[in-house]
Write a protein that binds this ligand. Structure first.
Ligand code: ZN
Length: 486
């Protein structure tokens, strides 16, 4: 791990160049000298975040000891030593950095947020048994816009509390999900699910595609934190024509797609029987990768398929807890990374996990590769932390704007407290973040420059109300399930 100090002077020079170019753009006669720039250098910004360590996750893995970040208008405007930042900027708000580690917000690349309401409703079952006999029927019976609103609020509460700032969701009633995300302040890519069966918000694939297109038109460009996308469920719940039609609609509307891919041995066999080829080859054969794709799971890719994923720049989301709990298998994450595939991490839904804890995903991703290969050197703490931050951001197509702490990027930042006993002592910050830190250690969460949680207090979600609503809804579901199974 590097302990390089970011050179503030370089950044200062860069800022100066930017100023020079801006000035040259309108009048070529004068060139400001550094003194006149320095005279106006004390800037007033929205927020300064301090950290005993600022873990940037930039290309050189820079970690700044006693660092600080200045944020204005939702953007990181400066990053460097606390001394330099505080002498150059004053702020409306500051977050104290004693015993705190600052890092980019975590990116949950695959979730079904509202399924928090179904957490624990059916466990210890095989994927298809779980889906066909429990989840799909329960969803058709119980899921409506109100279920989705409460479940998504519950999920956002859990994710913010645990330091997740961005998630890629796939569920029903996407307008409701988008409303919740709009209000709670997180960043999300929200899929309109396309599935060829009666679902809570559509009759079949054609109906889902039509409604999804309308939703995307409603939300595209409306809120910079929210990206509406399509979520065709999988190639065992949609045929080739329906998958192609979804890709075509996504291309026409200019949005990415998120989908389940090569998740289980069931899917592998189904794909061979139905299409005469394995899933990823099948998707490639119908031109599915002609637009940006976020593929969840990818547990069973062949060597040839890994090549396709790398060449087509498919973002793969590894969900180790879900893969372990449903016994889907162990994804060849190290092989994919070595082949240049963009791999991020996700939790999947709370019904197959059963929480939305990205710290646990990091730990399990690393341990699972180590034990599978009987090699403790694979998937190091730093590699896994990259998957949860800049790697995940890149996999979902947002790597240019989030995922690392760099000047010009959107300010999606978390502060983790290192006061608790399991962080005493700390030799290596990254090792602790991956192998020790848990959700409760997260102190403050900032998305797009706005504080969503401060010192453990949620500021954008009425947690008491959400808990009351979730318990009441679960009580209704329990009574209905008991009657049904009687
Ligand atoms: Zn899923």
């Amino acid at each position: 791990m590097h302990m390089t100090r970011i050179n503030k002077n370089n950044m200062f020079v860069a800022a100066l160049f930017a100023t020079v170019f801006a000035v040259v753009g309108c009048s070529s006669s004068e060139t400001p000298d550094s003194e006149s720039f320095a005279a106006t250098a004390e800037d007033f910004v929205d927020l300064i975040i301090d950290g005993q360590f600022v873990v940037t996750m930039d290309a050189s893995d820079n970690i700044i000891e006693n660092g600080a970040i200045a944020i204005d208008d939702g953007v990181i405007v400066a990053i460097g030593s606390g001394e330099d930042i505080h002498s150059q900027y004053s702020a409306a708000q500051t977050l104290d950095g004693d015993n705190r580690v600052v890092l980019p917000g975590l990116v949950n690349g695959h979730s079904h947020a509202a399924m928090t309401i179904l957490r624990g409703v059916a466990d210890d079952l095989a994927l298809m048994d779980w889906l066909i006999n429990y989840i799909f029927p329960a969803e058709v019976q119980f899921v409506d816009a109100e279920f989705v609103r409460i479940g998504t609020e519950l999920a956002c509460w859990e994710m913010i509390r645990g330091g997740t700032t961005t998630f890629v969701d796939m569920y029903y009633y996407p307008d409701t999900i988008a409303d919740v995300v709009d209000k709670c302040g997180m960043r999300a890519m929200i899929s309109s699910t396309v599935i060829d069966q009666r679902s809570p918000d559509a009759e079949n694939a054609a109906d889902a595609l039509r409604k999804g297109s309308d939703y995307i038109r409603r939300w595209k460009g409306r809120n910079s934190r929210i990206t509406p996308i399509f979520g065709p469920h999988a190639n065992y719940t949609l045929n080739a024509e329906q998958l192609q039609a979804t890709r075509q609609a996504a291309i026409e509307l200019g949005v990415p797609i998120s989908i389940h891919m090569s998740e289980s041995l069931f899917e592998l066999q189904y794909s061979k029987d139905t299409f005469g080829m394995t899933s990823i080859i099948m998707f490639e054969s119908i031109g599915f990768f002609d637009g940006p794709t976020i593929a969840a799971h990818v547990v069973w890719p062949t060597e040839a398929e890994i090549k396709i994923l790398a060449e087509r720049q498919v973002g793969v989301i590894h969900n180790p807890t879900s893969n372990m709990k449903i016994a889907s298998g162990i994804s060849p994450v190290t092989d994919m990374l070595a082949a240049g595939v963009r791999v991020g991490l996700g939790t999947d839904g709370a019904a197959s996990n059963n929480d939305l804890d990205m710290w646990e995903e990091m730990r399990l991703a690393s341990f699972l590769q180590k034990v599978e290969q009987m090699n403790p050197e694979v998937l190091s703490a730093n590699t896994v932390l990259r998957m949860a931050t800049i790697g995940g951001a890149t996999a979902i197509g947002l790597g240019d704007s989030i995922g690392s702490l760099e000047v010009g990027k959107r300010a999606d930042i978390i502060q983790v407290g290192f006061d608790d006993v399991h962080h005493v002592p700390t030799y290596d910050v990254v090792s602790h973040l991956v192998y020790v830190t848990d959700e409760q250690d997260v102190d403050s969460v900032i998305v797009d420059g706005k504080i969503l949680m401060r010192d453990g207090q949620l500021l954008t979600i009425d947690t008491k109300r959400v808990a009351t609503e979730a318990r009441a809804l679960a009580a209704e579901i329990r009574i209905a399930l008991d009657e049904r199974n009687r």
